[in-house]
Write a protein that binds this ligand. Structure first.
Ligand SMILES: O=C(O)CCC(=O)C(=O)O
Ligand SMILES: [Fe+2]
Length: 330
């Protein structure tokens, strides 16, 4: 099968001498520099962990509507839980996403409410449905595996770009706003309702995607056309987010991507793990020796975006927060 993206063998990072892994880190950075998106093979996450995750995801989406709605995201100021089909407006109000999702993050206690820093509400507990007790251990185990792999990749990128594996660690330390979302893309009518997930860039550092064999994930190739990221059995896909694009002065691009609804008779399941900065992280171009350019506050930016794409949550939990004011820092 001809693949649209480079393939990176993760096992080359951790083994052998330090110079081997430095070389391998440069291979990864070079691949990412061209596409912002790469297949990862021999990534070390047990097949069994992945298999269990897909299995429990299917069982979650097969629960009766009422059981899924018992953990609706509308209950959660932390943007976690079940997001029904059409519940998110990634592309804007005219075309809601057709996928349904279940979203978790690192399990933490809620933060004290601070009206001057509403983004801190993104940190907090998850919601778990009583009807499927296995969901919690399986999702949290998968979250831990994906977090550990993301740290390895970030260290490799830091080694390749700055000669130091811990160069970007300060962005993630503390309360990282990671998210693991599993999505179910129901079949649709081609040409009519094919917006499974609207075109977007991820906001964080990098994302790891696991998809089943159905296909539908597409990346923009930089020349206004879409490339099908065909499923590669056992592989994960890494795609970079805007925080890393900013931190590397644009050297590592965050690709625009989307998911097309499966055709009649098919349905797609996937996982996307967003490896995100901590909620107060300040990002600026680290390749500029003068330190010029704007500094971005991750918590402000991500809350503004999520309020725009989830207006029902905005109205319920953040009625006095203006996304525009968050973005301009006032
Ligand atoms: O479902 C997928 O394959 C991709 C999901 C994605 O890009 C996201 O949730 O940000
Ligand atoms: Fe994405």
């Amino acid at each position: 099968m001809e693949l649209p993206l480079p393939v990176f063998d993760v096992s080359t990072l951790g083994s052998g001498s330090a110079s081997d892994s430095t070389e391998s880190a440069s291979v990864l950075a070079d691949q990412l520099q061209h596409t912002g998106c790469v297949y990862l093979v021999r990534h070390g996450i047990p097949t069994e962990t992945i298999h269990r995750a897909f299995e429990v995801s299917k069982r979650f989406f097969a629960l009766p509507h009422q059981a899924r709605m018992s953990v609706a995201d509308l209950n959660s100021p932390h943007f976690r839980g079940f997001v029904p089909s059409r519940g998110e407006l990634t592309k804007g109000p005219a075309d809601a996403d057709r996928r349904e999702q279940f979203v978790i993050g690192p399990e933490t206690a809620p933060q004290p409410l601070d009206p001057g820093a509403p983004w801190r509400q993104l940190i907090g507990p998850n919601q778990w449905p009583d009807a499927l007790p296995e969901l919690r251990p399986v999702m949290l185990d998968w979250l831990d595996e994906l977090t550990a792999l993301s740290h390895r990749l970030l260290s490799a990128i830091a080694t390749a770009l700055h000669g130091r594996p811990d160069f970007f660690d300060g962005l993630v330390a503390g309360n990282p706003n990671h998210r693991l979302r599993t999505s179910h893309y129901p079949a649709g009518t081609p040409g009519f309702d094919d917006n499974g997930l609207g075109a977007h860039r991820d906001h964080g550092l990098l994302a790891l995607i696991a998809q089943d064999g159905v296909g539908g994930l597409q990346m923009e190739d930089g020349h206004d056309s879409w490339v099908d990221v065909k499923p590669l059995p056992g592989a994960l896909v890494v795609n970079l987010g805007e925080t890393l694009q900013v931190a590397t002065g644009g050297r590592l691009p965050a690709p625009v991507h989307r998911v097309i609804t499966p055709p009649t008779g098919a349905e797609r399941y996937s996982f996307a793990f967003a490896f995100n900065p901590h909620i107060e992280a300040l990002t600026k171009d680290t390749t500029d020796p003068q330190g010029a350019g704007t500094t971005e506050h991750y918590g402000r930016r991500v809350l503004a975006r999520w309020l725009q794409s989830s207006p029902h949550l905005a109205r319920r939990h953040f009625p006095n927060v203006d996304p525009g004011a968050l973005l301009t820092g006032s």
